[in-house]
Design a protein around this ligand. Structure first.
Ligand SMILES: *Cc1c(COP(=O)(O)O)cnc(C)c1O
Length: 418
């Protein structure tokens, strides 16, 4: 199937830079699961091989010799990640995994006092985030019930209303120590108004952090200008860094010199010029690197390099343009083919959506599950989220418009069969 939109797509050459899964008979799957695990960049294997070769040929000398020395290896990620999140390189570090980074930054930025102990978040947050918040509250001796303020989605749309978040900050601001929200909500694909919410939180003297798991590599971000205190993300979703890829963190530069900030220290966060003097006193690096603990897992970082090269070649602006166009195309086809049978939970306004479409098949959840199983048989890889949501995301770096159209055809077939 060809589609004239693909011939006109300025990113059409990027697809060849990815390896996509195939069905048992060898035909390519329609891989629409970048919201969960981005496809493998072709160059990922080579980047890992480079490190294995250096290890074999240089062993410990690999830390300081050769073109890819491991000592400063993680530093090369700061600039490309900073471009994607709208930050300065010193505000960004590639390290650990998302939930680990969230805890480490909560140590610094959730500092409850009896008068200001509360945490504003969303009800129905991604479980790991909620577990982190609940256990942090307990760690500080506060009961989660008396600490969390969970903003509800509107019952009619299932979406968070910016006004509701702002109203809660307005009402409870003086008692809120921390606001933690997702840039893009994982279940609905809704993009939150990060600029306004950040401004409101800061106006009320609350710390504000963003979980960008579903936002990085998906929608444009301006963390520095918005003024967020911190942010965390993982690298295996849209970023295509590979399963369990090394995640990232942002700390605004106004906290860079704040050496008195409480934090959990480790030697990789210590002043680089004196690290190997092996002294007893911890002196954190100014900036996000000061939150590192251990020497980085170079093998796990390597594939992310290949992925960030793809983003650099494409440019986030072009990625976003194509994402909006593919989303619009999918909506038009869905409306034409499945109008009354499938409901799209993701907002339609461009500012409120990224790559993901969250679809609810009308009927009971059992019917939805059957439709999802049929889709899978037809070669579509998306994912199912309880209680009844099919999530699909066309990734602008490797999905074609033809695949978007094929997906809608498969969905129509599945809905009619099930
Ligand atoms: C995917 C995702 C995570 C994943 O956490 P890990 O620590 O990488 O396992 C966390 N939060 C949100 C909102 C996510 O979507």
């Amino acid at each position: 199937m060809t589609d004239p939109r693909d011939a006109a797509d300025p990113l059409r050459a990027m697809r060849a830079r990815f390896r996509l899964p195939r069905q048992a008979d060898g035909t390519p799957c329609i891989y629409l699961c970048g919201n969960s695990l981005g496809a493998q960049p072709v160059a990922a294997g080579e980047r890992i091989r480079d490190i294995l070769d250096d290890w074999a040929e240089l062993a410990v000398l690999g830390h300081h010799h050769g073109p890819r020395q491991w000592m400063p290896y993680h530093e090369q990620f700061a600039a490309p990640l900073a471009r994607l999140v709208g930050a300065k390189p010193a505000e960004v570090v590639a390290m650990n995994t998302l939930t680990v980074n969230l805890h480490l930054l909560l140590v610094s930025f959730y500092r409850p006092t009896p008068a200001r102990s509360r945490i504003l978040c969303e009800r129905g947050a991604f479980p790991s985030d909620r577990y982190a918040l609940v256990t942090q509250a307990r760690f500080h001796g506060y009961s989660p019930e008396a600490t969390l303020i969970e903003v509800d989605a509107r019952p009619d749309t299932g979406l968070l209303a910016t006004e509701d978040v702002l109203a809660a900050i307005e009402r409870e601001g003086a008692r809120i120590a921390l606001v933690l929200l997702p840039g893009v909500q994982y279940l609905t694909g809704q993009v939150l108004d990060m600029a306004r919410i950040t401004a409101a939180a800061r106006h009320h003297g609350c710390m504000i952090g963003w979980d960008l798991a579903h936002a990085i590599g998906n929608v444009p971000l301006s963390l520095h200008d918005w003024g967020a205190d911190f942010a965390v993300w993982c690298s295996y979703k849209y970023l295509c860094g590979g399963p369990g890829a090394v995640a990232g963190a942002f700390v605004h530069e106004r906290h860079a010199q704040a050496r008195e900030l409480p934090r959990f220290g480790g030697w990789w966060g210590h002043n680089k010029s004196t690290r190997f003097e092996m002294g007893p006193d911890f002196e954190p690096i100014a900036g996000a690197e000061g939150w590192q603990l251990s020497n980085p897992p170079v093998l796990a970082l390597a594939p992310l390099l290949a992925a960030l090269d793809c983003y650099a070649a494409a440019g986030m602006h072009a990625v976003r343009e194509k994402s909006l166009a593919q989303g619009q195309y999918a909506r038009e086809l869905l409306a034409a083919r499945l109008k009354s049978r499938v409901r799209c939970l993701t907002p339609e306004a461009p500012a409120e959506r990224g790559c993901q479409l969250s679809l609810r098949v009308e009927g009971d959840a059992e019917h939805g599950r059957r439709v999802f199983a049929d889709l899978k048989r037809l070669g579509v890889i998306g994912d199912w989220r309880e209680p009844n949501v099919i999530r699909v995301a066309a990734h602008p770096l490797y999905n074609t418009y033809a695949e978007v159209a094929q997906f809608v055809e498969c969905l129509a077939q599945a809905v009619n069969q099930s």
